[in-house]
Design a protein around this ligand. Structure first.
Ligand code: UD1
Ligand code: CA
Length: 456
């Protein structure tokens, strides 16, 4: 298939009222322009040229950060969608075939729709085909003007007469064009209109006047054309994508108790029979295995969670959680926490950049940072690794089967041998050998009759 796609993404997005370029705003966790790019690739379109302008460095960086290669041309001044496409004239001067145009602010279009649309255009051998939708409220969109089923023009909201405004078939902003005819027609458009812009949509009436065949292809699911021009529409688009994601997961065997209050981003993978309770947020590059339970009010970001894990009301960031681990309620796993099989992390425990070997338990009120902890070691309530001396971070290395007395403070760097024990309330500043009792606290003193002498 001889096809190139152009993605319009140069605009500022004034109506977004934002410092960020419009196309970088996220829909269900993915910047709109990245979402479009991935749908185009899934539709089998490998040559994809972005038209960038406003803060283009930020857009390019977003692709670079994800290791996605892009081709782009620059539209220095944003003089309208027609002017934007003109910027690709030079790079496409020798190209003969179909140009597919999409908009960076129309993120709900499905790859399957793109495929069907392109096939329709090719089968009809049209000079241009417009992807259209029939909507209840066409306000703001270009209207498809027809004469006995034949497209004759697209008229923008601002130029539309009252009669035209009543037309409820609208332009999605997605088109296929014969490349040569597109660029020839663009030479003829002007900016004598309400917005003072060069409208790509004016190409349609030029083609029609030249007796070229212009077709329209009506969408089955008109949600797909939602154009995001404001933050209200951004939220609407995210909601649609979230809903799609929840349905996809449930169809693949995930149990979602209340999809309306479950926020799972596009990029997340979840296995069969895992149960997601209400008010759960799962973001980014997160994978969850089978038969796990993620209970209410948990937020999981960029983490790997294995099978048979139970997490309740906890925050988990960039961590690895192995099989059979239980977490929460009210735990916080910060980046690089690695919990091996059957670890238990309970209430008000924070773990950061630490590896906890199989069967480690920290049930209550602890901070474990920059630590390595051996198998089956037990943390008493209130244990803290004092990892920071005000300048540098230091490591706490704890062996296996250690019994850590409640309220122990490990002043790092410090090594605690296998099978050792620490006394409750100890401040451990020196290494503890294996099998030893480490005690680091003042000896208790009982002063007799103290209250009788002092309280009166
Ligand atoms: C456009 C269409 C309208 C259609 C609607 C669908 C035109 C004139 N109108 O209107 O018929 O119903 O999309 O959502 O095309 N852009 C540039 N350079 C520019 C101007 C815009 O790259 O100089 C980009 C924007 O970043 C955006 C896209 O083109 O991604 C659409 O521009 P926008 O201003 O949002 O057009 P609409 O008013 O929505
Ligand atoms: Ca738009």
């Amino acid at each position: 298939m001889n096809i190139v796609s152009l993605v319009l993404a140069a605009g500022k997005g004034t109506r977004m009222k934002s410092e960020l370029p419009k196309v970088l705003h996220k829909v269900n966790g993915v910047p709109m322009v990245i979402k479009i790019d991935s749908e185009l690739k899934k539709a089998g379109i490998s040559k994809n040229i972005l038209i960038l302008g406003h803060k283009k460095e930020l857009v390019i960086k977003e692709f670079e950060n994800r290791n996605i290669n892009i081709d782009y041309v620059t539209q220095e001044e944003q003089l309208g969608t027609g002017h934007a496409i003109m910027q690709a004239k030079e790079v496409l001067k020798d190209f003969e075939g179909t140009v597919l145009v999409t908009c960076g602010d129309t993120p709900l279009i499905r790859n399957t729709t793109i495929e069907k649309f392109v096939n329709f255009h090719n089968e009809k051998k049209a000079s241009a085909t417009i992807l259209t939708a029939k909507v209840d409220n066409p306000f703001g969109y270009g209207r498809i003007v027809k004469n006995e089923d034949k497209v004759i023009a697209i008229i923008e909201e601002k130029e539309a007469s009252d009669d035209i405004k009543k037309i409820n078939e609208i332009n999605s902003g997605v088109y296929c064009f014969d490349s040569k005819k597109l660029f020839a027609s663009l030479e003829k458009i002007d900016n004598n209109n309400e917005k003072g812009e060069y409208y790509l949509t004016d190409v349609i009436k030029i083609l029609v006047n030249n007796n070229e065949l212009v077709e329209s292809y009506l969408l089955e699911d008109n949600q797909e054309i939602l154009g995001v021009n404001s933050k209200v529409q951004l939220a609407e688009a995210s909601q649609v994508l979230r809903n799609r994601k929840n349905i996809e997961l449930m169809e693949n065997g995930v149990i979602i108790i209340d999809p309306n209050t479950t926020y799972i981003e596009e990029t997340v993978e979840i296995g069969k029979d895992t149960i997601i309770y209400p008010n759960v947020i799962i973001e980014g590059d997160t994978k969850i295995g089978n038969n796990s339970i993620i209970m209410q009010n948990s937020r999981i970001v960029d983490s790997d969670i294995a099978d048979n894990v139970k997490i309740e009301s906890s925050v988990i960031e960039e961590s690895i959680i192995e099989e059979g681990v239980t977490i929460g309620p009210f735990a916080h796993l910060r980046p690089k926490a690695h919990l091996k099989e059957n670890v238990h992390i309970g209430n008000f425990v924070e773990v950061k950049k630490s590896t906890l070997e199989k069967g480690v338990k920290a049930g209550h009120l602890s901070y474990i940072g920059d630590a390595e902890v051996g198998e089956n070691t037990n943390f008493g309530a209130g244990t803290i690794t004092c990892n920071y001396d005000g300048k540098n971070k230091h490591k706490t290395i704890i062996g296996k089967n250690v019994f850590i007395g409640s309220d122990t403070k490990f002043v790092a760097p410090v090594n605690i041998g296998d099978n050792s024990i620490t006394g409750a309330g100890s401040v451990i500043t020196k290494d503890v050998p294996e099998y030893a009792l480490g005690l680091g606290r003042a000896k208790q003193l009982n002063i007799k009759e103290w209250r009788k002498k002092n309280d009166n």
